[in-house]
Each structure stands twice: as structure tokens, then as C-alpha cells.
Design a protein around this ligand. Structure first.
Ligand code: THU
Length: 136
């Protein structure tokens, strides 16, 4: 199990996810999401990138995880997610990672702490996706 985050690290990661969301390419949904992955050597960011062929849209979490993998920095300690267009009154579900992103988290960040901006608690990857699909 990877050790926990300091309050400062958590706040910085959440702020980075929020800032990344401002770069989202979300002309169709107008729902901007940012993600920040804290790995051994640094922080990797991602945003949602939509496409006119809607099913091809990429979520912020997978975009950030791919950046960490591309950098060869695969020991992931934490992932922060910020849905900056979710209104204050919207239910928690409007801020949580989708099923596909949970499957990516299970594979690439199985021991990570998942920090959701605006949520009152943090999650482990296993809490978000118990018994994920695996091969072998
Ligand atoms: N989205 C994410 O970036 N992450 C999720 O976990 C859920 C949804 C994006 C996809 C799409 O661009 C927009 O939010 C609305 O669904």
C-alpha cells in the first residue's frame, strides 16, 4: 500500500486538477474535467478531450494516467479529479469517475488515493471498483 498524502500535497494536487480542467476541450458537453496524477517523479495532468463523433471522447482521468505512463512514471500515489462545471448542488455522482476510468485506475493506479474536488471523503481505487476485470 502506498503511504498517504499530506494535506498540502492533497490540496496542491486538487488545485492542479482544477487548473487543468480550464484546458478541457469540451465544446459538446460543456462539462470540463481536470485530473492530476501524483507519481514517484512528478505530477501529470489531463483533461477531457471530446470529439464530434461523441463516443470517441476521452476522459480527463485516462488522459492524465496516459501522461504518467508515457513519462515512464508508473508508481501512482494519488489521483485528483475536478469537475469544474458541476454545480454546488449537483449530486456526488456528477464529480465521480466513470466506469471506464475506474477500470483504468484499477490497472494503473491500484494503490492510489482518489481525491474528488468537492467531495467530503477520499476513496481508494478498490472502493471505487471492487473486483475489477483482469486478464490472467
Ligand atoms: N468525463 C470525464 O472526463 N471523466 C469522467 O470520469 C466522467 C466524464 C467527461 C467526458 C465528457 O467529455 C464529459 O465529461 C461529459 O460526460
Amino acid at each position: 500500500m502506498i503511504e498517504g498524502l499530506s494535506v498540502r500535497e492533497r490540496d496542491q494536487l486538487t488545485e492542479t486538477a482544477r487548473a487543468s480542467a480550464a484546458n478541457a476541450y469540451a465544446p459538446y458537453s460543456k462539462f470540463r474535467v481536470g485530473a492530476a496524477v501524483l507519481a514517484e517523479r512528478g505530477i501529470y495532468t489531463g483533461t477531457n478531450v471530446e470529439n464530434a463523433s461523441f463516443g470517441l471522447s476521452l476522459c480527463a482521468e485516462r488522459s492524465a494516467l496516459a501522461a504518467a505512463v508515457a513519462a515512464g512514471d508508473r508508481k501512482i500515489r494519488a489521483v485528483a479529479i475536478a469537475c469544474i462545471d458541476a454545480s454546488r448542488e449537483s449530486p456526488l455522482g456528477a464529480r465521480m469517475p466513470c466506469g471506464a476510468c475506474r477500470q483504468w485506475l484499477a490497472e494503473l493506479a491500484p494503490d492510489a488515493l482518489i481525491v474528488i474536488a468537492g467531495a467530503s471523503q477520499e476513496y481508494s481505487t478498490a472502493e471505487l471498483l471492487p473486483n475489477p476485470f483482469t486478464l490472467g
